[in-house]
Write a protein that binds this ligand. Structure first.
Ligand code: HEM
Length: 277
């Protein structure tokens, strides 16, 4: 069986499973309850939208519409997210000073939350500046999507270069993320660089792990939030030891041995000292 046939069969099976879940959810609640109670997840939001009707693109087959949207959200995140998390663990395992700083920031934050009894919220997440630096640096070095192809539908001239109609162009993110004219010591995992850069890098052009323009990844914020939740739980509750492994960057980025790690729960009670950087 060809790879594309196997892939489309797998997708069909996935759609079937998702449809069943969406249908059960649809049957479990009435439209009125759905409209008045808070949405718990994307399925709730989509079901509420289709039951609201009204808009010009209201689908004639709501179940297919909602299931299709859920599958579209599952597939692009299915490989990218585990890869981003694995590489974050790899870079942190190799950089104990960065790891210690990350632990300190997250432990301090957890302690404050436990003391106040408040729940975690968006502004807490936004305040974790070193965690954001770690995520940016991971995405810069990981180059999970190393570039995107575009086809010229007509002759296009950019900065004096002609791209003839029908030609394809590779916008190579990895070339930009590893350009030493933009990033000093680009092969070094240095989360602190994002404090130094502080707006001096044009992030629309020089930092594009999620692409840009009309096709900008809609999972951008969700991805960063998921990575930060993963890192928060990992570093505040566990310690780990990673085995030797190698990053393979072609054709897609992955760890040769899937980065085996040994994880142990920890009871962290005090600050971990962080060296000056
Ligand atoms: C670290 C994780 C991720 C990375 C690095 C990433 C990267 C990208 C990039 C570079 C593109 C643009 C492709 C292009 O221009 O041709 C893209 C598109 C897309 N991404 Fe992500 N993505 C990530 C996670 C996710 C997640 C979690 C979701 C869904 C929840 C998602 C949904 C999508 C969708 C639907 C598109 C297509 C958008 C369109 O064509 O208009 N991505 N992603």
């Amino acid at each position: 069986m060809g790879r594309s046939t196997a892939t489309s069969k797998a997708k069909e099976r996935l759609i079937k499973i998702v449809k069943k879940v969406v249908k059960e959810r649809q049957m479990a609640t009435t439209d009125t309850v759905r409209k008045t109670s808070p949405a718990n997840d994307a399925v709730d939001v989509l079901l509420r939208d289709v039951s609201d009707g009204g808009s010009s693109d209201t689908p004639s087959q709501p179940l297919d519409f909602v299931s299709g949207k859920i599958v579209e959200m599952m597939i692009p995140g299915e490989e990218t997210m585990p890869t981003a998390m694995t590489l974050a663990v790899k870079f942190l395992s190799d950089n104990p000073v960065a790891l210690a700083k990350l632990v300190e920031e997250n432990m301090e934050f957890k302690r404050r939350k436990l003391e106040s009894g408040e729940e975690y919220n968006w502004s807490d997440y936004m305040s974790l500046s070193f965690t954001h630096n770690v995520i940016n640096e991971t995405l810069r070095m990981a180059n999970i999507i190393n570039g995107v192809w575009r086809k010229a539908l007509k002759d296009v001239e950019i900065k004096g270069y002609l791209i003839p109609k029908g030609w394809c162009v590779l916008a190579s993110f990895i070339s930009v993320h590893m350009d030493e004219d933009i990033y000093e010591n680009p092969y070094q995992f240095d989360p602190w660089r994002w404090d130094r850069i502080n707006g001096s890098v044009n992030s629309n052009v020089c930092f594009t792990p999620f692409g840009g323009g009309q096709r900008l990844c809609p999972g951008l914020e969700l991805s960063k939030l998921e990575i930060s939740i993963f890192l928060h739980q990992l570093v505040t509750r566990y310690s780990w030891r990673a085995e030797e492994d190698k990053i393979v960057s072609f054709p897609t980025v992955k760890m040769k041995r899937r980065l085996p790690i040994r994880v142990a729960p920890v009871e962290r009670t005090s600050h971990i000292p962080v060296e000056d950087h």
